[in-house]
Design a protein around this ligand. Structure first.
Ligand code: ATP
Length: 194
């Protein structure tokens, strides 16, 4: 079986950019958050559970997950959010395990924003954290998403502090400069993992 490397970082850290570089270097990446969005539409057993938990309106007339309805429903209900996560996360985990079985490289990467929060690093051989100064991350997200300073800051405040992630990570990529530097650090880390 391949070694699984967890890849994470807070909002705007550059983890998706790093993941794309990793693919350019020839290593497969599983995008957990992207896959989670597909699974809520494709996995019939999961769809039934979500309907049971949040009601039939969780899916629109065409059978597609109504992200807006669900977000509003769980927004101020932490207990319900936990219950929703408790059915989605195991489904993603199973999907990941099926994906891993199909890979032939000796290293595969699992990109997820919640690597440490969900303690998924315990199921990985090594963890890689992408980090950058808060003000740099904020500016990048404002440019990318057209969000305001305050909106980005609010999201950031809800995430695990960088200093805690830095303590937990096996390898750290500091993304404070340019894309060339980021790519070089990514390459170095991939080929140093043994
Ligand atoms: P999120 O969790 O918000 O999805 P992320 O960690 O996946 O963020 P990216 O989307 O990879 O972060 O990067 C955020 C934005 O910053 C993107 O628009 C990306 O192109 C840009 N970016 C990332 N790193 C750099 C860099 N070193 N120089 C310039 N722009 C960068």
């Amino acid at each position: 079986a391949p070694k699984v490397i967890g890849l994470t970082g807070g909002i705007g850290s550059g983890k998706t950019t790093v993941a794309h570089f990793i693919e350019e270097f020839g290593f497969p990446v599983y995008y957990s958050d992207e896959r989670a969005k597909d699974i809520v539409n494709d996995n019939e057993a999961l769809k039934i559970k979500i309907r049971e938990l949040l009601g039939d309106e969780s899916y629109d007339n065409n059978g597609f997950y109504d992200r807006k309805f669900v977000a509003e429903k769980v927004f101020n209900d932490n207990d319900l959010l936990q219950k929703l996560n408790a059915i989605i996360h195991p489904a993603v985990r199973i999907d990941f395990e099926e994906w891993v079985k199909k890979q032939s490289k000796y290293l595969v990467f699992k990109e997820t924003a919640l690597l440490f929060e969900l303690k998924l690093n315990k199921q990985c051989y090594k963890s890689v954290l992408v980090t950058a100064q808060d003000n740099i991350r904020t500016k990048r997200v404002m440019d990318r998403d057209g969000k305001t300073y305050r909106e980005v800051e609010t999201i950031m405040e809800r995430q695990m502090p960088e200093k805690d992630k830095i303590k937990l990570a096996d390898c750290i990529i500091y993304n404070n400069t340019n894309l060339e530097d980021l790519k070089e650090q990514t390459e170095r880390i991939i080929f140093e993992i043994e």
